[in-house]
Design a protein around this ligand. Structure first.
Ligand code: WQD
Length: 338
């Protein structure tokens, strides 16, 4: 079976490709390296001992993307490719809408043309907006507070409408909570461009000496210690969720959303303490103002994924911290200068 993985050189994409190859799928990666590096492809081959096809293509290049469909018999698509920085999306919304929405429309048009009607889509818990109370279930009202989140919500709607127009499609909308950690080898991991927006890469860069200290964005939320609570999930568990979603879309038709989270919320200070305990490395921090757009608590109810995909997260926060640290300490500059 052949799976086309858009954005397969990225953080979650590369971890998913490792599992696809280990499960003997044929894999084709399409990536434009806008938020990833070629080195990650070498590392995938190193970890798995397996090869795959690669096309350096941006989804907006319809001609180049069509060649991928012409040259390969594709059974299903896992669609990761997209811009994903919340703050950046506020300053350059048109780039986000064009890249994420138009890119997806070109992809789905070619999928229809070549009769590839099975897709796993990389959505996000950000579609639950600011007004829902955790634990979050898939049936809650959806809303967004930034252009990045709006692209995810709009693409979910586009994919649902495609299914309504043609019920032979099979689509899984995977709503990620907070992916952290890395493959146990320490050879692939999260490699953000510039100053990390997200908590764990910031912590690991402090731990490795690249950053002076962590700024904790607010300690006056209505949570057990006042700092923000999130549902951190090991990226390897997240990748396993994609494997189950591929099995599901190969078997059934429909358009269904699934939360991929652990169902447990940890605060920023919980993560710092667990990281220090797991790695024996101190993480100095200061309490700073709240970050605009943040909510106090956000964590999943992942029952639906368990019941319908047969998936649940297995790894705990200590393992997430250990694996994140192994990646960062072995690759202080990520894939740069590799
Ligand atoms: C986690 C917690 C921060 C950095 C974002 C996107 C979401 C998804 C995951 C793509 C919060 C606190 C963070 C720091 C801090 N991305 N924090 N200091 O905001 O839950 O979700 O990433 O799909 O769409 O919104 O993740 O890691 O940025 O923040 O105190 O330097 O850590 O306030 O409580 P978030 P995060």
């Amino acid at each position: 079976m052949t799976i086309l993985v858009t954005g397969g050189a990225g953080y979650i994409g590369s971890h998913t490709v490792v599992q696809l190859l280990e499960a003997d799928y044929e894999v084709i990666i399409v990536d434009d390296f806008s938020n990833s590096k070629p080195e990650s492809l070498k590392r995938i081959k190193e970890i798995t001992g397996k090869d795959f096809k690669f096309y350096e293509v941006n989804l907006l290049n319809e001609k180049a993307l069509e060649e991928v469909f012409e040259e390969n018999k594709i059974d299903a698509v896992i669609h990761f490719a997209g811009l994903k920085a919340v703050g950046e999306s506020v300053s350059i919304p048109m780039k986000y809408y064009h890249n994420n929405i138009t890119g997806t429309l070109i992809l789905t048009k070619l999928m229809e043309k070549y009769d590839v009607k099975k897709m796993v889509f990389s959505s996000s818990a950000t579609v639950y907006g600011m007004n829902n109370i955790s634990p979050l279930t898939e049936d809650l009202p959806l809303s967004t507070t930034n252009p990045y989140g709006s692209t995810k919500l709009m693409i979910e709607q586009i994919l649902r409408d495609i299914y309504v127009s043609d019920s032979s499609w099979s689509i899984a909308l995977l709503r990620y909570f907070n992916p952290i950690g890395a493959h146990e080898s320490g050879r692939i991991g999260e490699d953000p461009n510039g100053i990390p927006n997200n908590l764990m890469p910031y912590i690991t860069q402090v731990a490795v000496g690249k950053r002076k200290e962590l700024a904790v964005f607010g300690d006056d939320y209505d949570t057990h210690d006042g700092t923000g609570v999130r549902d951190y999930i090991h990226v390897v568990d997240l990748a396993a969720g994609h494997m189950k979603a591929v099995e599901k879309v190969m078997k059934d038709t429909g358009a269904n959303a699934y939360n991929l989270g652990t169902g447990t919320g940890y605060s920023v200070l919980d993560v710092v303490k667990n990281f220090e305990k797991a790695t024996n490395v101190k993480v100095p921090y200061t309490i700073a103002d709240r970050r605009p757009g943040d909510i106090g608590a956000c964590f999943s109810d992942a029952t639906k994924a368990y019941n319908e995909l047969g998936w649940k997260a297995e790894k705990n926060l200590e393992q997430m911290c250990e694996d994140a640290w192994r990646w960062q300490s072995n690759n202080p500059n990520g894939y740069e200068n590799a």
